[in-house]
Design a protein around this ligand. Structure first.
Ligand code: ZN
Ligand code: ZN
Length: 290
């Protein structure tokens, strides 16, 4: 690898990985939790439900692997896609709707904002996600949304799967089980819960809290996507880019929007270039002209 290539590679990795300390901790926590939960469900919970391998247990494993691949794959793609204005040739004159970013010392297109965590202007910046250490934006909205979808699917699935097993390990519904669920570490250190019970209650709490968080986040971002709004536009009640749900989905997920949930590498080209966006008045004018 020559110097230019290695410098380019290092720059790319730095851009990919979370930058701030808070983001790094949140990202590490997310990655550890995803893998711990997969291990827990596949090797602890499933063998307790199906004592012998059978068709049903194989179907569960296939489903878990599918959810896992889509969760991790979309997370990787979300972080790997270049969301910045840097890859575009930006005009030197300020066009209508554009603004000058003093930090980047460049003109920035409509809907883009400077992200202080990513230290750059981001195209159609939806918001900065601490757990992925990157902005959800024009170029990676598809991956971010499908990642949230599978986090939510996984959350519902794991909590349903865990229910009987966790209460069984806890010893049924009683005050001790309740306290162990609330504070597993304290109960373990106090000698009131065994190491195995501590691990199971900890995993169960991660599934419950992480699941609730994923579902709330997925609900909120689905609403934004269906209205074609960023968090800023949602807060300011800016609805200029709302083209109707079908076109909004195409704007976010690309031309193959009905199929992007299947696999993160399925190609689905985005309409436009991230610098200019059709507005709802354009669509109503086009309908009038027909
Ligand atoms: Zn900027
Ligand atoms: Zn950011």
């Amino acid at each position: 690898m020559d110097t230019t290539m290695s410098e380019g590679f290092i720059r790319r990795v730095r851009q990919f990985l979370p930058k701030s300390r808070g983001d790094k901790v949140a990202f590490a926590f997310l990655v550890v939790c995803i893998h711990l939960i997969f291990y827990f469900e596949q090797f602890r919970v499933l063998p307790e439900i199906y004592h012998q391998p059978c068709l049903a247990s194989y179907l569960h494993t296939a489903f878990m692997v599918f959810v896992y691949i889509n969760t991790v794959g979309n997370l990787f793609m979300m972080m790997n896609v270049d969301t910045t204005t840097g890859s575009h040739v930006l005009p030197s004159v300020l066009k209508p709707g554009w603004h000058f970013c003093a930090s980047c010392e460049a003109n920035s297109p409509p809907r883009s904002f400077h992200c202080w965590e990513c230290s750059t202007c981001v195209l159609k910046r939806i918001h900065h996600c601490t757990f992925t250490g990157n902005c959800a934006a024009w170029a990676n909205e598809r991956y971010y949304m499908v990642f949230l979808l599978y986090m939510s699917v996984g959350a519902v699935y794991t909590n349903v799967m865990n229910f009987d097993y966790v209460w069984d390990v806890m010893g049924g519904l009683n005050m001790k089980s309740f306290l162990t669920m609330l504070a597993p570490l304290v109960m373990w250190l106090a000698g009131a819960a065994k190491a195995h019970t501590f691990f199971v209650s900890l995993m169960s709490m991660i599934c419950l809290i992480g699941g609730a968080f994923s579902l709330i986040l997925f609900y909120f971002h689905t609403k934004l996507t269906l209205m074609n709004r960023t968090v800023f536009e949602f807060n300011k009640r800016i609805g200029d880019y709302d083209l109707g749900w079908r076109q909004n989905l195409e704007q976010a997920f690309g031309t193959r929007w009905p199929w992007v949930w299947l696999f993160p590498l399925l190609p689905s080209p985005l309409p436009g270039n991230g610098l200019e966006f059709p507005v709802s008045s354009d669509v109503s004018e086009a309908v009038k002209d027909m």
